[in-house]
Design a protein around this ligand. Structure first.
Ligand SMILES: [Cu+2]
Length: 110
């Protein structure tokens, strides 16, 4: 590819990612108790890009809110979770706030 094409492409990629705080929602199997939840939360908080972590055993959901302009790759997340003995079934990147997710988790329990 010529540099004339590469530069605008990179520019567009940058534009599409700058200034957005994302939430990564991961469906994880193998979570059984509060210790699992605590261990996962501790592990994921070690990523510098992590702003917040939510773990729901009932919904097999692990959500990570990212700091602005920061990211954790799917590969790194998968490695952290599978390295701890859990199976990653799906990873979704959304703009759902952690507050909204906490509400959803609460509603799912009722
Ligand atoms: Cu456990």
């Amino acid at each position: 590819m010529s540099s004339r094409k590469v530069i605008p492409t990179i520019f567009l990629l940058l534009l599409s990612t700058i200034g957005r705080a994302e939430t990564i929602e991961v469906t994880v199997h193998g979570l059984v108790c509060g210790f699992c939840a605590q261990g996962i939360e501790k592990r994921l908080r070690q990523f510098p890009a992590t702003a917040d972590v939510l773990v729901s055993l009932e919904q097999r959901l692990v959500a990570v809110a990212l700091k602005a302009d920061a990211d954790i790759s799917d590969a790194s997340l998968t490695e952290a979770l599978e390295g701890a003995g859990y199976a990653v079934k799906a990873i979704r990147r959304t703009e759902t706030s952690m507050a909204a997710l906490r509400e959803q988790v609460k509603a799912g329990r009722e």
